[in-house]
Design a protein around this ligand. Structure first.
Ligand code: 5GP
Length: 120
């Protein structure tokens, strides 16, 4: 995947405080906030503060501290949100992956039965 980062993307603007967000949790390396168009009763987006485009970009190039902070934050969010009897984590990457915002993010979804992984 290409990793050219667009600093004008919406999540970069949220990180700079140019666009408001409903923050769930913030740490030195990570921000988690509610999705503006939730697809489930719980729909939280978790983003690193660093300029990473996709999952593979973050996984390959982020520092150990960023990687640990991001995933520990995800774990804390799954513990604190009312996810019901399970949840789903999604990361879309690139055009075929359906990625709309080119700043790496995980969707944490739950609070209802989520159905099949993909709609054919
Ligand atoms: P993607 O399709 O890139 O995986 O997901 C992008 C997500 O960002 C979508 O679920 C969309 O609803 C959400 N989103 C887009 N713009 C904003 C925004 O300005 N604020 C918040 N909180 N979420 C946004």
């Amino acid at each position: 995947m290409p990793h050219a980062y667009d600093p004008q993307n919406i999540f970069a603007r949220i990180l700079r405080g140019e666009i408001p967000n409903k923050t769930v949790m913030e740490t030195p390396h990570t921000l988690a906030f509610h999705d503006i168009a939730p697809q489930a009763p719980v729909h939280v987006l978790v983003i690193p503060k660093g300029a990473y485009v996709t999952f593979d970009h973050f996984a390959a190039e982020a520092g150990e501290d960023e990687l640990a902070d991001f995933h520990r934050t995800c774990a804390k969010i799954t513990a604190m949100m009312d996810l019901g009897a399970g949840y789903r984590v999604i990361s879309n990457a690139g055009d075929d992956g359906g990625q709309e915002v080119p700043h790496y993010h995980l969707h944490i979804l739950g609070g209802r039965p989520l159905g099949p992984m993909l709609v054919r």
